[in-house]
Design a protein around this ligand. Structure first.
Ligand SMILES: [Zn+2]
Length: 473
């Protein structure tokens, strides 16, 4: 069955790839940049054909972390998981006195679709809705599950966290989510993503059901003869919990485990409790679950496989954390740490530690940000000039922006897109109105997006490319 599905998926991806390679998404054109200052020469920039998505890497990441199509998995008797309908999974537990739902996706429409599927299995009313944490992709679809007498459970920390993300930093958090998900991506890049709706609804677009029961530490209840134990377990967020069904030995772990090296730090958001995350994984391992049901990606079944997976996951996170702390204590700056900290080679064989979603280099930066201050001892960065002031001096030294942009074009042709972007940035900082600089930068960013190996990398680069294309107009 698995091979059959993989076959369908492989042919689907091959078809999308074939179609995308046949469609000319934009016309090739040449842009002329006239001299902007004395001593500059005219530049002719032949804009290359738009980048094609590398579906081998991005398709693999999407399949692993999110699933490409909606499907319903039976975990064990009375326990079901809907995944691939939206960004996050939804679990349903059937008891003889009603249903317990865990998480709600980011979209009311997706949650309604899921509930329709659940109703084919059991027509019982929903009695409890439990949030594994306060992120919008797990809570926003909640109105779809509302029913008379519904109890909604979350820890007290959920209220503070949701207030922080939706009120105190609400506009910024929405911007960050939109950027990360690539919703601002150029349209033809989005068209090539092999799922219809990468994100079914924007964060902050619906009124989630707020908790009617809150707790600190631990909470338990029984419904229709089934026992549920809820434990606070900081990790993905400070308000994260896991849910344990001791008799069925099912563990619902939210986002403290999913099939990817975890996003220990989200590039645009505040630091995450990495030490707490390590401790939460230890508690999860100690329960010896027979079924592990994550907030994203597929379930794992079998005590031995879960033990091995969670132990490797824990050891990998701890290794990155310990290596980063060692760099901090050796007085190394964040760039040195990014270059040095590596996921140990022995973990490369496990696909659940591939960097489909989180990236080790981003985690190192996040751990620095969450652990120490910003000053790096160089003196240079203590009271620095604005980048634009320094950039104007660099442009003068180079003999004009045309020299820097000509080199950026050469580098782009040679496949050095990051260096090309960095040179364009110097010109843009010196003169934000240089449209050619914005255009060259946009093209390189789009290529970096097309070759992304992680879902978030695709989102950030393609959103940045879109901003630069707009600035180039
Ligand atoms: Zn999530």
């Amino acid at each position: 069955m698995k091979n059959y599905r993989l076959g369908i998926l492989a042919s689907g991806l091959a078809l999308i790839f074939f179609v995308s390679s046949c469609v000319n998404f934009g016309k090739q054109k040449t842009v002329t940049r006239e001299p902007a200052a004395p001593g500059e020469s005219r530049i002719q920039y032949q804009v290359p054909a738009p980048a094609k998505l590398n579906l081998v890497t991005l398709g693999e990441a999407l399949l692993a972390w999110r699933g490409l199509y909606g499907k319903m998995d039976k975990i064990t008797d009375g326990v079901y998981l809907a995944r691939g309908f939206a960004l996050a999974n939804v679990a349903m537990i059937v008891t003889k006195d009603g249903l317990v739902i865990i998480d709600a996706t980011e979209s009311v429409d997706a949650a309604k679709e899921i509930l329709d599927q659940f109703k084919k299995i059991s027509n019982q009313p929903v009695k409890y809705l439990i949030y594994t944490h306060g992120h919008g992709d797990h809570t926003q679809g909640s109105p779809a599950f509302n029913s008379p007498g519904l109890q909604v459970i979350a820890p007290k920390a959920f209220l503070d966290f949701v207030k922080f993300e939706t009120v105190l930093t609400g506009p910024y958090t929405r911007l960050a989510r939109k950027t990360q998900s690539g919703q601002a991506a150029p349209e033809y890049l989005r068209m090539q993503v092999p799922i219809k709706n990468p994100l079914r609804a924007e964060v902050g677009t619906s009124e989630m059901l707020m908790p009617t029961i809150t707790f600190e530490g631990h909470y338990q209840f029984e419904l229709g003869g089934e026992k549920f134990e809820l434990f606070q377990a900081p990790g993905e967020t400070p308000d994260a919990i896991f849910i344990w069904m001791p008799e069925k030995r099912v563990l619902f772990c939210g986002d403290n485990y999913y099939k990817s090296f975890p996003n220990l730090s989200s590039p645009m958001l505040g630091p995450r409790p990495v030490a707490g995350w390590i401790g939460s994984l230890e508690k999860m391992i100690a329960l010896k679950p027979a079924f592990l049901v994550p907030g994203h990606s597929a379930e794992i079944i079998g005590e031995q496989e879960i033990l091995e997976t969670l132990t490797n996951y824990h050891d990998a996170v701890k290794s990155v954390y310990d290596q980063t702390l060692a760099c901090i204590n050796q007085g190394k700056n964040v760039e040195q740490a990014v270059a040095e900290v590596k996921l140990p080679e022995k973990f490369a064989q496990y696909d659940y530690l591939h960097q489909y979603y989180g990236r080790v280099d981003w985690c190192v930066r996040g751990i620095y940000q969450g652990t120490i201050g910003w000053y790096d001892r160089t003196g240079t960065h203590l009271i620095p000039n604005s980048f634009s002031y320094s950039a104007r001096e660099l442009v003068r030294l180079a003999g004009g922006a045309d020299k820097i942009l000509s080199r950026a074009i050469e580098l782009q042709k040679a496949g050095e897109d990051q260096l090309s972007v960095e040179l364009c940035e110097v010109v843009i900082q010196a003169n934000p109105d240089d449209k050619t600089a914005h255009l060259i930068k946009a093209v390189s960013l789009e290529r970096l997006a097309a070759n992304a190996t992680s879902i978030n990398q695709f989102g950030f680069y393609s959103s940045a490319a879109q901003l630069e294309f707009q600035a180039a107009e």
